[in-house]
Design a protein around this ligand. Structure first.
Ligand SMILES: *Cc1c(COP(=O)(O)O)cnc(C)c1O
Length: 401
């Protein structure tokens, strides 16, 4: 007999299933690479954020192994207590040098970086302005920090300006007298959007936030390692890095390891060390994770990193635009194939798996309802033969029903 608790949860799960939204874990028995093993089958993998193929790169693995041998398996505490091990310090220094900022601080995940930074910078008297499509960790941070929130239409500069005006009118309004500092406005966007692969108009956004005296935070999760002369991200490519107060990114995507980071001024980083709760009240990542991430950054900085990046950009245009009617014009390793109905997206993903291709169906709440899609991602390590196999399989399915 099922108890009441489990009975209720089972009913809730049935509701999720009926909407075509049930998610289940799929065990993978191989490292991340163009081929992965799932359920005793080898599938061509077009699902990973490992854009440069670093997750299984020997130099990263060796760095992790050396860190385990030298510093052990666990960190033993938060970094402010006793866990700020040499590999963490080295990672922070390497990140700052890579991004060309005064300082950097790493977090155990990108999720924790967003929660920590936004929660530290804003309180309930402040104003937060988000692009409609920012990642869940930014949405959750917004809720938690309690700032007055406005969402602007995706990449819509006119709407952003309207929201900046809304905040500016209130920031300059009469003070209640209880607040000890000036109210602030923070705008947050991704640079390359995780589910659509399109780019934020960062130059124009920087102009606007300066005009209205707001701060800007840019999440480069899907751009770090891929864009700009030094592969620092889209802000570098657009020449606006030095005008962005808070530069965020992840270490688990193109950088091949795991974790998140914030880069910026020394003052910002010192402030986060004192105020970012996800940093202060959380055990430091295992030394192996920090060492692998440092090796990932060094790889990206090297000429081998440049070659990988160039190989990725050679792979992208080999996909014919007929495969995806809404294929964005922005250069991106993320290629959404919009399907719409949740069930249909799952069916398409299943049909592709039968043909040996792994591309996940992405559904609500990751994307809006009725916006279900296949999220195809390319890696520098896909070969021409892999791409031909992909195109054949995609053509066999008629997406534009
Ligand atoms: C993946 C992702 C994050 C979260 O990073 P994790 O290290 O996976 O926690 C944050 N922002 C964006 C845009 C992401 O895609």
């Amino acid at each position: 007999m099922m108890n009441e608790f489990d009975h209720e949860l089972t009913q809730r799960l049935d509701g999720i299933r009926q909407q075509g939204l049930l998610r289940e874990l799929r065990r993978v028995d191989s490292p991340q690479s163009p081929r992965i093993e799932i359920g005793n089958r080898t599938l061509l993998n077009f699902s990973s954020n490992d854009y440069l193929g670093l997750a299984n790169e020997p130099t990263l693995k060796e760095a992790a192994i050396r860190a385990v041998e030298r510093y052990g398996a666990g960190a033993g505490g938060s970094r402010l207590i006793c866990g700020s091990l040499a590999p963490h310090q080295e990672l922070d220094e390497t990140l700052a040098a890579f991004k060309g900022t005064e300082a950097a601080i790493s977090f155990s995940t990108g999720y924790a970086a967003a929660m920590g930074a936004i929660g530290a910078l804003l309180g309930k008297d402040d104003f937060l302005i988000l692009d409609k499509l920012v990642h869940a960790c930014i949405v959750d941070a917004a809720r938690l920090c309690g700032a007055k929130l406005r969402v602007f239409g995706h990449n819509d500069l006119n709407d952003l300006e309207a929201k900046l005006k809304w905040a500016a009118e209130r920031v300059q309004g009469p003070k209640s007298g209880v607040q000890s500092r000036k109210a602030r406005t923070l705008v947050v966007t991704e640079s390359v959007f995780s589910m659509d692969g399109d780019h934020a108009p960062l130059r124009e956004m920087v102009e606007l936030k300066e005009q209205y005296g707001a701060w800007l935070m840019v999440d480069e999760a899907h751009a770090t390692g891929l864009y700009g002369a030094h592969r620092r991200g889209l802000a570098e490519e657009l020449g606006v890095s030095h005008r962005i107060e808070v530069q965020m990114g992840t270490l688990g995507k193109a950088l091949g390891a795991s974790g998140g980071y914030i880069c910026g001024s020394r003052a910002l980083i010192n402030y986060l060390i004192n105020r970012a709760r996800t940093f202060i009240f959380s055990t430091a990542p295992v030394p192996a994770a920090a060492a692998a991430a440092t090796a990932g950054v060094r790889f990206v900085e090297s000429s081998a990193g440049e070659e990988r990046r160039n190989k990725l950009w050679r792979n992208v245009p080999t996909l014919p635009s007929t495969i995806s009617a809404q294929l964005s014009t922005s250069r991106s390793a993320i290629i959404p194939i919009l399907i719409g109905e949740e069930d249909k997206a799952v069916e398409a993903a299943t049909a592709l798996r039968e043909q040996g291709i792994f591309i996940p169906a992405i559904r609500y709440p990751t994307v809006a309802r009725g916006q279900a899609r296949l999220r195809l991602t390319l890696s520098a390590t896909h070969t021409d033969a892999d791409l031909s196999q992909l195109i054949t399989a995609l053509k066999a399915l008629d997406f534009r029903l």
